[in-house]
Design a protein around this ligand. Sequence first.
Ligand code: ATP
Ligand code: MG
Length: 586
Amino acid sequence: MEKTKDGTGLTEHTGSTDFISEFIKEDLTSGRFSWVHTRFPPEPNGWLHIGHCKAFFVDFSMAERFGGTCNLRFDDTNPEKEDISYVEAIKRDVKWMGYDWEDREYYASDYYDYLYDLAVKIIKKGHAYVDDLSEDAMSEYRGTAVADKHNITETPPGKNSPWRDRSVEENLDLFARMRAGEFADGAKTLRAKIDMTDPNLLLRDPVMYRIRRETHYRTGNTWCIYPMYDFQHPLSDAKEGITHSLCSMEYEIHRPLYEWFIREAEVFPSRQIEFARLNMTRTVLSKRWLLKLVQEQHVSGWDDPRMPTIAGLRRRGYTPEAIRDFISQVGIAKTDSMVDIAFLEYCLRQDLNRRSPRVMVALRPLKLIIENWEADRVEALEAVNNPEDPAAGTRTLYFSRDLWIERDDFAEVPPPKYFRLFPGNSVRLRYGYIVTCTGFDKDPVTGEIIAVRGTYDRETKGGNAQDNRTVKSTIHWVSAAQGVPIEVRVYDYLFSAERPVPAGGAFLDNLNHHSLEVIPTAYAEPCLAQALPGDRFQFERLGYFVRDPDSAVEGKARTKPVFNKTLGLRDTWAKIAQKSAQEGKK
Ligand code: ATP
Ligand code: MG
């Protein structure tokens, strides 16, 4: 595939920037590790989005490249927000993307005893203590970065907690009693004794355990103390023998802490390596914000076809191949960048063009009556299923007197350069005949055009005209007697702004309130009645569409299949890339 994005400034660069492989190679050469073992560590507090695809693409592909393995580990130490339904969604989506963790499915919540024992070990070394400061007092003692009058950010040193010098015995006793449930939620914490003056605030005696009486979806009420992420994560990596703990850039400032816990606990020395997050225009990639969209019903659910979740993309008609192609072309870099969503669409269009059967659908139907066609005559025509794939074969279409055409393909008064149907003009009906428009019918009350009339030329079948007649347009059609009604949902971007998240995060202000249009009745070739949820098609001249799991109820019993518009046929990426390349040269 062409590397149009290079030089556009819109995406990260590929190829030589694969610094992770370089680090891993160094580690294997130096003997720091003799094998490669990675993990993908989602927290089950939401569904996965395309940013997570980048993360597990990196995790699984690095393992694969070096003949190693990759674990799926649920980082589930935050009982308030986690749920088994998220675990199931995550597993289904990673699998659908084509990745297999085999039997290596782990849960940080299975390590609670192990983690507790390591906390005790660190207390015994005199490097952790039980603190009585409240959350507010603790952050006051920790201090925060302040901007001085010259706007330079400074971090004045923090203050030690009055409880910092408790004896090892007292700490061991209090920690055991925290676990036993003797203290109220928030009354005490276990903290690492590092350095209250460190410029990195995360190293100012971070909390290792907090008291929380909350039912965990796996451990129930067994525990009332829960380990914090920064303590749990490195030690879970170590427990699984993870050699390379790959994560997004925001964890870079956590790395000293990651290493501190590994050193203090004296466990397997996993190495953390960070890479840039995936950011994309016209969308938000944060579980917190996606959850808000779901909870406040701005979308129909996590799998709404407008969502950047894997489930949303699947329902929209995306293929795992296209998403993987996109991620691999975006590449892995250290610097954050914003990828244009048009590039994702370009990758999908390439894939769908190869694989989608072509069909004809009148999306906004208008009746065309062929006046010189006998009323009951039906003629079979042969249509090609996919010009990109001869193996896809052909199908039979039925031509008849009454057809559905696209409302847009007729104009009472043609605008300039309009070559479709208007009184006196001729077009070819795809696979069929040349038809000349002879008139149209209007609703006497509303004035709306309700039918177009025309005559066909029997010598022009299938483009084999003997008289060399040429027409400037070919339009699609569906036989009215054979066509099946379908519902079509047409989507636009969920956000009207290129970068929906302004400073302060008020991203809902940028919601596009016209991102869904429902077309209750379109007419499709009969074969679409048999389409299964997930089947993808190109509706000729209209775009790519996918059968949704929903069915629209029509009347009492009959149901109409629903199709989602995946995307249009026109590629906007080439234009964007070209424009940016030109701007880059200026
Ligand atoms: P939240 O959005 O709630 O902060 P999260 O997206 O970081 O959460 P996790 O479940 O912790 O969710 O993420 C699992 C892994 O996916 C982490 O290693 C994280 O670095 C990575 N990840 C998350 N978002 C992205 C992104 N946009 N691009 C690349 N990697 C990401
Ligand atoms: Mg996270």
